[in-house]
Design a protein around this ligand. Structure first.
Ligand code: ADP
Ligand code: MG
Length: 453
């Protein structure tokens, strides 16, 4: 019976997520046991990579589909890796709406505020240092040791996927550990902007400023996203001045040097360069190999020199891509129960078809959202203001603004001739709900995954 259920489950996932996802990932997992008394499903993953990948992207889909197939209202999912039981325990209702996760130990989409939004996985210890990032690393360590005294602000810039976010969290985590009395806050610039917009809307600018002015260490990721947001820049300018005057540490990451940041006021740009400005660039082969080896070691995988060199040579763009290539090889090895040889790595990476990512247009977004909210396009475009339809419509507006470069006006027109301020309002509303409600955030993430597939 269990085998049938798993086959049925795979069929559904194939429709929902595509056959490539099933062949590469889900087929590497087995439904080990179904404990009806405890309403618990045991899934056996071949290694932590596969488990993390699936749990990160498909938790909701796994939960709701299995609960429906097993005819229960809610169930727990335990992942087993090797012989060990993994920490993940999730409970979900068997219907599409709402998905209730009573107890989830997966990394939260939005880390708890008491934690200063820090991701505990990003540490100095698991960051590999090479010529491409050694200056940034040394500066980050110096700042973590003596916040507010050496380089203030510290400004790190470089291309995507090169480790800026990792270093920012590493600084925050190290300060939390070495100086537990200090208040550390990590924030991405786009979340900062949205928080500010909401503060204006709900008349809470005072509270907003107080929140940021009272920290000891402020880490702002991707500061380029405050460009052209004049009011936010104004608010940030004052926060910056207060923090700097009181010797609180400020750290920025960005995709370019302060002076090249377009749409950011000169007085702010010059302040960003007051301390130390340091770059991170694409690593050379040796560093890439060292990163692969470290990642393999951390996951108890054995990676030979020749395979590591091969993968490192295949990826020139950035470390995120490098990780992706490595994970594909590991997943394939687990799936086919082979060890990680050069031949196998070649098969996976050389045969990889060019990424024909679906262009994200309105149709893709509507199709993904309507998998989770069962309304027709006509209903979504209609004048209906029923709470549920409006909610689904707001999510669509949010995703259209996020994933396409269409104007607010175009989005509004498509969704029943609504005006741009309605779309902006919807965007803020959903952004806010994501901030406030981890379950909802998880659901939106699942839809976003679907759009990306
Ligand atoms: P960025 O913020 O520059 O776009 P990230 O910090 O998100 O990049 O890094 C992308 C991925 O690469 C992360 O998983 C990160 O842990 C990893 N990574 C980047 N640089 C290193 C490094 N030097 N050592 C280990 N992992 C790294
Ligand atoms: Mg980043």
């Amino acid at each position: 019976m269990i085998t049938n259920i798993w086959e049925e489950f795979l069929d559904i996932v194939r429709q929902e997520a595509g056959s490539r996802v099933v062949e590469t990932w889900f087929k590497a997992v087995q439904l080990k046991n179904w404990d009806a008394a405890q309403k618990t499903v045991y899934l056996q993953a071949p290694n932590a990579f596969v488990r993390n990948w699936l749990a990160g992207k498909y938790t909701i889909l796994i939960q709701i589909t299995l609960a429906r197939l097993l005819h229960v209202d809610e169930l727990k999912v335990h992942f087993l890796v090797g012989q060990k039981e993994e920490v993940d325990t999730t409970v979900a209702k068997a219907c599409y709406l709402p998905v209730v996760t009573k107890k989830s130990r997966l990394p939260a989409a939005i880390p708890s505020k008491s934690n200063g939004y820090l991701n505990k996985q990003y540490l100095f210890e698991n960051f590999v240092v090479g010529p491409s990032n050694s200056l940034a690393y040394a500066a980050a360590q110096a700042v973590a040791e003596k916040p507010g005294t050496v380089y203030n602000p510290l400004f790190m810039y470089g291309g995507s996927g090169l480790g800026k976010t990792h270093l920012l969290h590493a600084i925050g985590n190290a300060i939390k550990q070495n100086h537990p009395q200090l208040a550390v806050l990590y924030q991405t610039a786009d979340r900062f902007v949205n928080e500010f917009i909401n503060a204006i809307r709900f008349d809470k600018v005072h509270r907003f400023k107080a929140k940021y002015q009272n920290v000891d260490v402020l880490l702002i990721d991707d500061i380029q996203f405050i460009s052209n947001k004049d009011q936010t820049q104004e608010a940030f300018f004052h926060i910056f001045n207060i923090l700097h005057e009181t010797h609180k540490q400020i750290i920025f990451s960005s995709d370019m040097v302060p002076q090249n940041l377009k749409g950011i006021a000169e007085r702010l740009r010059s302040r960003m360069a007051w301390g130390l400005v340091t770059d991170i660039y694409i690593p050379k082969l040796e560093t890439k190999v060292a990163i692969l080896k470290k990642k393999a070691h951390a996951n108890n995988e054995i990676l030979s020199d020749e395979v590591a060199h091969f993968i490192a040579n295949m990826v020139d763009s950035n470390i995120r891509e490098l990780e992706g290539a490595f994970i594909r090889v590991i997943a394939f090895a687990a799936l086919t129960k082979q060890s990680m040889s050069l031949t196998l790595a070649q098969k996976v990476l050389l045969n990889k078809k060019p990424d024909h990512k679906r262009p994200v247009d309105f149709a893709v977004i509507v199709s993904s959202v309507t998998k989770y909210y069962s309304y027709s396009l006509q209903e979504l475009q209609s004048k209906s203001r029923s709470k549920d339809i409006s909610h689904a419509r707001h999510i669509i507006m949010f995703l259209m603004k996020k994933f396409t470069d269409k104007s607010l006006r175009d989005i509004g027109l498509f969704l029943g001739g609504r005006d741009h301020s309605t779309v902006m309002h919807a965007y803020n509303k959903i952004e806010n709900a994501i901030e406030q409600d981890a379950h909802f955030a998880q659901k939106v993430r699942a839809i976003e995954q679907d759009i990306a597939c």
